[in-house]
Design a protein around this ligand. Structure first.
Ligand SMILES: Nc1ncnc2c1ncn2[C@@H]1O[C@H](COP(=O)(O)OP(=O)(O)OP(=O)(O)O)[C@@H](O)[C@H]1O
Ligand SMILES: [Mg+2]
Length: 489
């Protein structure tokens, strides 16, 4: 046996999933294997990249011991409830326990139809597979909880979208693929026992401390809320826009999941939306905390029967839990903003200072990533402010702000070099800029994966100076701007 599966989700009752076989790919070809991740998982990278391994990654061969299931879930999509979604184009091969003792799912995304496919073909096109690979791995390198990309393979079969595209499969790794929508699936059917079994599974797997708590289900809800309240600020602090924060795309262990229409913003503007299907800006950059709370409220609703037999008390309990989201989110977000500005201590007025900078950035179409990255250079007494001030249409707007910032820095205990290093460790130089992702995809569609390879390599070290790849820091030229991303179907 080449993969030591240790499946737990597949031992839940039959109504949690459907047993399926992936579609047979006609001519599997490896595009990329994530060797470091394979090693971390205790998988044999040489075998995986060999003919047998690639057949497994393409869904052509189901390895011994695999669960091979499509999981059931529901979800609110753009605010409307859909009682049955489920893995319509994904198959959970099974779980493995890595070298670090962590249990993780191996899932094939794009591996063909399942009983949950509804009208879809169950497939994924090469472009979205490359996008998910690049962006999810970039997020991991940024230190943000996320699903990972283990491999991308071409199936050899066409996928019909607006055009005919090459079909591909992404092998995704996640601590699990359980979503808020998974809870909703059972709750919507009045299947309280299903909700309970799922909650117990999630507690055992992701929130072991909750098992020992006086009220395990309340502790579970608190835990999920706390992880989302820590995750979403991480997105905001790097300019990430998820793009499709439906409840079926919120994973309960607190990892970013579903990189369909996601994008990083270039110029700072909280109203930024990239997704072509998000016409009303529901999932705009600045709305993400509000939507996260909305989704968590939907989760809390599913847990009501477990929280208290008395419905009124259960609602009060859920409301009490949800109240923790805003202060917890703010604590994380504000702490992150301080670090981005090079402030180690906390003083009154810090948030106003940060807010003032963001306002000026928005007014001056300043690049989010470069403004913060270059702040480090401006921080010292002999600091060079030119790289940052020149990001502003009116550089004197930055100068006016920087006066107050320097006065504030003067009250910090750190020496300039320590501060500079600390700022550079939280303000990335390299993010997956849309025009770069798009260029890598376009080259990949022509059969040239060199730009994709290079982009993945550069983004693996987002906080390092990489002088040879400095152009990857550049915002798009006007003709390179990508303002719309398409949903990853
Ligand atoms: N080509 C397709 N064929 C069948 N079902 C699909 C297809 N594309 C999306 N779906 C299903 O539509 C629903 C919503 O899709 P969404 O884009 O959120 O998810 P996804 O990108 O397929 O998967 P994930 O959330 O696992 O990353 C899911 O149930 C998904 O399985
Ligand atoms: Mg999804």
């Amino acid at each position: 046996m080449q993969i030591a599966f240790d499946n737990s989700y597949a031992s839940l009752p039959d109504r949690f999933f459907a047993r399926v076989r992936p579609a047979e790919a006609s001519a599997p070809r490896l595009v990329k294997l994530n060797r470091p991740l394979a090693d971390e998982l205790g998988l044999d990278a040489d075998w995986l990249s060999g003919p047998d391994g690639v057949e497994v990654l393409a869904g052509r061969r189901v390895p011994e011991g695999a669960a091979s299931i499509a999981t059931a879930y529901a979800g609110h999509q753009f605010g409307s409830f859909v009682p049955q979604l489920g893995d319509g184009r994904a198959i959970l091969l099974g779980e493995v326990v890595g070298r670090d003792g962590r249990r993780r799912d191996l899932q094939l995304k794009g591996s063909g139809r399942t009983p949950f496919s509804r009208g879809g073909d169950g497939k994924a096109a090469l472009g979205p597979v490359l996008r998910e690979y690049v962006v999810s791995e970039a997020m991991a390198a940024l230190g943000i909880p996320t699903t990972r990309a283990l491999a991308a393979v071409l199936t050899g079969d066409p996928v019909v979208r607006e055009e005919v595209m090459p079909g591909a499969v992404l092998t995704r790794v996640a601590s699990s693929h359980i979503r808020v929508g998974t809870f909703q699936f059972f709750a919507a059917r009045g299947d309280v026992e299903g909700v309970r079994l799922l909650a117990d599974h999630v507690i055992a797997r992701h929130y072991p401390d909750a098992a020992a708590a006086e009220r395990p289900y309340r502790a579970l809800l608190d835990g999920i809320i706390a992880r989302q309240a820590a995750l979403v600020p991480r997105w905001l602090l790097v300019g990430f826009i998820h793009g499709v924060m439906n409840t079926d795309n919120m994973q309960v262990a607190g990892e970013t999941i579903d990189y369909g229409p996601c994008a990083f913003m270039d110029e700072y503007d909280p109203a930024t939306v990239f997704s072509s299907i998000d016409q009303h800006g529901r999932y705009a950059y600045g709305n993400q905390p509000r939507i996260a709370l909305w989704n968590l409220t939907r989760l809390a609703e599913t847990l009501l029967p477990l929280l208290d037999p008395d419905p009124d008390r259960a609602v009060a309990d859920a409301e009490d839990a949800l109240k923790a989201f805003a202060p917890s989110f703010e604590r994380h977000y504000h702490a992150g903003l301080r670090r981005k500005l090079g402030l180690f201590t906390e003083q009154e007025g810090d948030l106003e200072l940060a807010g003032d900078l963001l306002r000026r950035m928005a007014e001056n179409s300043a690049d989010f990533t470069l403004t913060f990255r270059h702040l480090a250079e401006a921080a010292g007494p002999a600091g060079d402010a030119e790289p940052v001030r020149s990001r502003f249409i009116d550089p004197t707007s930055f100068d006016a702000w920087a006066e107050g910032w320097r006065a504030r820095l003067a009250q910090e205990p750190q020496d300039a070099e320590t501060r500079r290093a600390a700022m550079r460790a939280v303000n990335p130089a390299f993010i997956p800029r849309n025009h770069r992702v798009e260029a890598a995809i376009q080259a990949g569609l022509r059969g040239d994966f060199a730009p994709f390879e290079e982009l993945v390599a550069v983004l693996a070290r987002p906080y390092d100076d990489q002088p040879d790849y400095a152009s990857y820091m550049d915002p798009p030229e006007p003709h390179q701007r990508v303002t719309r991303t398409f949903c990853g179907t």
